[in-house]
Design a protein around this ligand. Structure first.
Ligand code: G3P
Ligand code: MG
Length: 247
């Protein structure tokens, strides 16, 4: 299946996280207003089993709470302020559930849902996310990504029509997974390498496989233009207006 995005596409990384607290509805609404092509968000399970949207496995950096997300039930997460760490005017923003996000912005912008169960790879995150996407009828409007290829395979088994993005760590570019054998081992429609790993040869290998290449995380407008010239199909940017602002 194809990914319905322009080339190059700008993914607002955790929403417009340059101007609003990451992974909150405020950051997502701002990204839509700025004209981002897509929004990237991070999803994991909390202690009571709901899918919540937050990047870190712990609460300290982006909320006024403490402890692990996986050990905190939704009722307690609801009490936390996920906005004022960023700026006082965002006080009252909270950690959204994925359900809330799909309700608010599903279908208004393409979503890259990163399946972030790296610490607990056997948990039912892929299936729970898939159930929500199906319930909202958003199979054509979302892409699942993960650094864990087996998590992607589980997502594919559950919702075969949703495209997959394989994230790779800095210095690793997918190796054998970019070739014909990779199609069998890890089905992906997009490779998501770290920005410093992108070379003309990598772009060519991914395109030969018939996939797109989206690279993370770009903050410098000149680097964004350099990557576009190399032929990348998209970038993850904290500021979705990165290119316009760079002149
Ligand atoms: O999807 C790109 C990027 O979000 C992957 O890394 O740690 O920012 O979720 P991270
Ligand atoms: Mg992410």
């Amino acid at each position: 299946m194809s990914i319905p995005l322009p080339t190059p596409a700008i993914f607002a990384h955790r929403g417009d996280s340059a101007h609003a607290p990451e992974n909150t509805l405020a950051a997502f609404e701002l990204a839509i207003r700025k004209g981002a092509d897509a929004i990237e968000l991070d999803a994991m399970l909390c202690a009571s089993g709901e899918v919540v949207v937050i990047h870190d496995e712990t609460l300290e950096r982006t909320t006024d709470g403490q402890g692990r997300v996986s050990e905190t039930p939704l009722a307690a997460l609801r009490e936390l302020d996920a906005g004022s760490w960023f700026a006082p005017r965002f006080r009252g923003e909270h950690i959204p559930t994925l359900e809330e996000v799909l309700e608010a912005i599903g279908g208004r912008i393409y979503l890259n849902i990163e399946l972030k169960n790296y610490a607990t790879p056997r948990d039912p995150l892929p299936e729970r996310v898939a159930t929500l996407v199906e319930r909202f009828g958003l199979e054509e409007n979302v892409l699942f990504s993960s650094f864990n290829p087996w998590t992607l395979r589980r997502a594919r088994a559950r919702l075969p029509r949703v495209p997959l993005g394989l994230l790779t760590a800095p210095g690793w570019t997918g190796g054998v997974l970019n070739g014909p054998l990779g199609r069998l081992l890890v089905p992906y429609e997009a490779l998501h390498p770290e920005r410093r790993s992108v070379t003309p040869a990598l772009v060519a290998a991914v395109h030969r496989r018939g996939a797109r290449l989206h690279t993370y995380t770009v903050e410098d407008p000149a680097e964004a233009r350099y990557l576009f010239a190399l032929g990348v199909d998209g970038i993850f940017a904290n500021d979705p207006a990165i290119v316009e602002e760079g002149g």
